[in-house]
Design a protein around this ligand. Sequence first.
Ligand code: OOG
Ligand code: MG
Length: 262
Amino acid sequence: MSAPTELVARLAELLDVAAIDGHAVPMITIDNPSLTEQDAYAIQAASVARRLERGERVIGLKMGLTSRTKMEQVDVHRPLFGHLTDRMQRSNGAALSHARHVAPRVEPEIVFVLAKELAGPVTSAQAMDAVGGVAAALEVVDSRYENFEFNLVDVVADNAQSSKFIVGDVLRRPEEIDVSNLGMVLEINGSIVQIASSAAIYDHPAQSLAALANMLADRGQSLGPGQVILCGGATAAMPLNPGDRARLRVDELGSVSIWMGP
Ligand code: OOG
Ligand code: MG
């Protein structure tokens, strides 16, 4: 039995307001232990609908928990997706406000910009055929849960804990580069804090895109041209303190950075 509409709406409001204000809330599964993954996606959809009512636009989706290190870091061992709106995007080099987050962390990602519709079921080769551009990206994830405690249902309901994303300025055509094994170097304040390969992302970022298309197909949904798809963090996410500057360099894709202000 799925969760009542009234409960879905109440939890969506709780998480949406927490994300706006940057305050923490208790894990929703403490008071509602019978919520399912399906309920969690319904809560996510209701919270995204609240954003749309405020004039935001969905411009893409994110995959999360697609690398082994990310799964281990948060102890949730199943890929999931969330929605990206225009107001979550920041330009390369932008300043963010620490006070508007709960416990922001940054992670290195690869982004695909779709040139065509992509409807699952698809293989990773078919998924790649829909890609028009590849870029480096930083995602700032910000769990809205107290004490950084959550499980799969909590994370999915909280729009995959997404907060901001920043896409690099170098957009390469997929036929120009091999995205299977790009070196990725994450620096904070000039020190290297994480090194990875794009191969850490679901073995190949295209696999992540295909998995997303296939998860959406199970729900009767597809991806459209122009959509921006974050494939998931290649390494554990790193905490961002006030004053920190984060920079990601990716082979062939240049660099992307942000500054976390007070
Ligand atoms: C959950 C979101 C996961 C990724 O790239 O794996 C995610 C979290 O770590 O807070 O965005
Ligand atoms: Mg991510």
